[in-house]
Design a protein around this ligand. Structure first.
Ligand SMILES: C[S@@+](CC[C@H](N)C(=O)[O-])C[C@H]1O[C@@H](n2cnc3c(N)ncnc32)[C@H](O)[C@@H]1O
Length: 337
């Protein structure tokens, strides 16, 4: 059994080594070109990640953030399905492998890992980075186009991180359907923007229609109570900034917060959070205000005061994205598949 490596550190070291070979100006230019691409028209007919400079820039600039977002989503999924340990993992649109690193950081032990992407340079770099992570040494990196012909082999877990944004509506549907046919559990992560949230909800509806239940973040598998256009469900993961980040974005903060939306759905028995904190907490003198998504399909604000004793102390330790009340030993209720 492989013990989980400390992926943030290992990944950071592997990424720093990559940049060693690239003059800072060249890396900065490659990042700017990429950011420009992502601001422009996606989906595209050909891969955005065309060559090594592109993928080095992507990996150094974005991979720590996509890794942390996926790790946060997987952590909530693992809490809701505590007996689940994936023996086979398929990462679709996996690029340089951020989600595979996140899976390895969430569940120890060896597994069959397959990373699929249409950009060969991304796969090649992913393979190279993965050499630093014993859990990914045996991973298979395969060229595959997401489209109507996509068929996935049977697997325990499919991850799709920051990919739906690059696909047409028809290809998004093909991907979610292929994942639903092949996997027992599917975790989809997108940018924490109104558009990213809309793509997550579209996928969530499709997974539920295919017989899945939502394990996280939602406390239920009924319709999302958020009114599109008025708000969007998203969370935040803290990411240490690399020197490349500081070079491109300026500023001196040693971290930034990656906003993401996600859905983790499964055919397995799951115990979703009793309620979920869906905004940053407001801590006032003697009270904590929690904005919750609740199992009765409502959004509600709860105020916990000092008079609540232990619950108040728990509220002060709770963070945006956490279950409320916090999980105890026994999940409060178990959803049957
Ligand atoms: C923003 S990157 C995300 C990479 C990785 N999943 C992560 O979270 O860091 C999007 C990835 O989707 C891949 N992709 C986009 N459209 C695709 C398609 N039609 N078929 C296969 N891969 C595709 C890209 O090549 C790229 O690696």
């Amino acid at each position: 059994m492989n013990a989980p490596v400390s992926p943030p550190d290992t990944l950071r070291t592997a990424l720093a080594a990559l940049l060693d070979g690239l003059p800072p100006k060249q890396a900065g230019r490659a990042v700017e070109r990429l950011v420009g691409h992502y601001r422009g028209a996606t989906p595209t007919d050909v891969p955005i990640l065309r060559d090594r400079a592109d993928v080095v820039a992507y990996a150094a600039y974005r991979m720590p953030a996509t890794f942390e977002a996926v790790r946060a989503a997987l952590g909530e999924f693992a809490a809701a399905v505590p007996d689940f340990v994936p023996g086979r993992h398929t990462d679709v649109g996996g690029g340089t492998g951020a989600a595979s690193w996140a899976v390895a950081a969430t569940w120890s032990g060896g597994r069959d890992v397959t990373v699929l992407d249409w950009a060969e340079p991304a796969l090649a770099l992913g393979r190279e980075l993965a050499a630093a992570n014993p859990a990914l040494e045996q991973a298979s990196w395969r060229r595959e186009r997401i489209g109507p012909a996509l068929a996935l082999d049977d697997t325990d877990l499919v991850t799709v991180s920051y990919v739906l944004n690059e696909l047409t509506e028809a290809d998004r549907a093909s991907l979610v359907d292929a994942a639903a046919s092949a996997a027992r559990s599917v975790v989809i992560v997108e940018a924490g923007t109104p558009a990213g949230y809309a793509r997550v909800i579209e996928a969530r509806d499709r997974l539920i229609a295919a017989g899945f239940r939502v394990a996280a973040p939602c406390p239920h598998s009924a319709a999302c109570p958020i009114v599109p256009g008025e708000d969007w469900c998203h969370f935040s993961a803290r990411v240490s900034r690399s020197s490349l980040h500081r070079q491109v974005k300026g500023g001196s903060l040693p971290y930034e917060d990656e906003k993401f939306s996600y859905v983790a759905a499964t055919r397995l028995p799951a115990a979703p959070a009793p309620s979920r904190v869906v905004r940053r907490l407001q801590i006032r003198k003697g009270q904590v205000l929690l904005d919750l998504c609740e199992p009765d399909e409502q959004l509600r604000r709860t105020t916990v005061t000092k008079r609540h004793g232990d619950l108040y102390r728990a509220a002060r330790d709770t963070e945006w994205g956490d279950p409320w009340p916090p999980y105890t030993q026994e999940p409060p209720y178990t959803q049957k598949p």
